[in-house]
Design a protein around this ligand. Structure first.
Ligand code: FPP
Length: 232
């Protein structure tokens, strides 16, 4: 039986999915929320204990205002709508990233979702909003000792498997520290088309990879102490 997994997903391809159908890009983001629901439903049975998804990067503020506004409203709306289902299925929601630049209704929706789902034990769903990995690392570096910096960085769990949909093969400032030893899977599937079976296949491929964490293949390397603490 493999250890509980932390899977991270860069949900790319919403815009192209919509444009190919003659729809506005925001329709792709709406369809993307359904794909996220499928992934959340499939995750626990695949051994995933933590799922971190990239919903809005700090660089996404550079998009046209109407798309940014639509994404902010969509996030607030879906957080509210999905919270009861998350409570029922033991999913704890946590947002990562900056909150100070978000519209107040989205901040309130995040606070409510985090608070109402806080007892969920089956899956931790971390949603990255106004997130930049470089900024997270810089914020941790504000601490005034090496030990404090390490503590701040260890507060974010290491990623086992990172999946990026939509055909691009880059990290786009997502979880740079946490992905130090992540296995990477890139798929051309556009995010709104991504299914629970796609997630299952990605996890199967992950289990075929040999992870050595810089050591030799045998004996199998111990799970880093920092992971054990998170996955207790
Ligand atoms: C990237 O596709 C996707 C985004 C910037 C937004 C992702 C957000 C969601 C799927 C909504 C999540 C909802 C909740 C409640 C967390 P893109 O627009 O860059 O697509 P493109 O590369 O085809 O243009």
């Amino acid at each position: 039986m493999q250890s509980p997994l932390h899977v991270a997903i860069i949900m790319d391809g919403n815009g192209r999915w919509a444009v190919r159908r003659g729809l506005p890009r925001t329709a792709g983001h709406c369809a993307g929320t359904e794909a996220l629901r499928r992934a959340v439903e499939a995750a626990p049975e695949l051994g995933i204990r933590i799922l971190t998804v990239y919903a809005f990067s700090s660089d996404n503020w550079k998009r046209p205002l109407d798309e940014v506004d639509a994404l902010m409203s969509l996030l607030a709306h879906h957080l509210g709508r999905e919270t009861p289902r998350c409570i029922e299925s033991g999913v704890r929601i946590e947002a990562i990233g900056r909150r100070d630049r978000l519209p107040p209704d989205l901040r309130d929706a995040i606070d409510a979702a985090e608070n109402r789902t806080r007892l969920g034990k089956r899956l931790l769903l971390r949603i990255a909003i106004d997130y930049s990995a470089r900024n997270s690392i810089l914020s941790a570096a504000d601490a005034n000792s090496r030990a404090a910096i390490e503590t701040a960085l260890a507060a974010s769990p290491a990623v086992d498997l990172l999946i990026r949909t939509g055909g691009e093969q880059r990290l786009s400032d997502f979880l740079l520290w946490e992905c130090a030893y992540a296995e990477l899977i890139f798929t051309p599937t556009l995010w709104p088309d991504f299914t629970g079976d796609d997630l299952r296949r990605a996890v199967q491929e992950f289990t075929r990879r040999e992870r050595r964490f810089g050591a030799l293949a045998n004996p199998a390397p111990a799970m880093p102490v920092e992971r054990e603490r998170w996955l207790r």
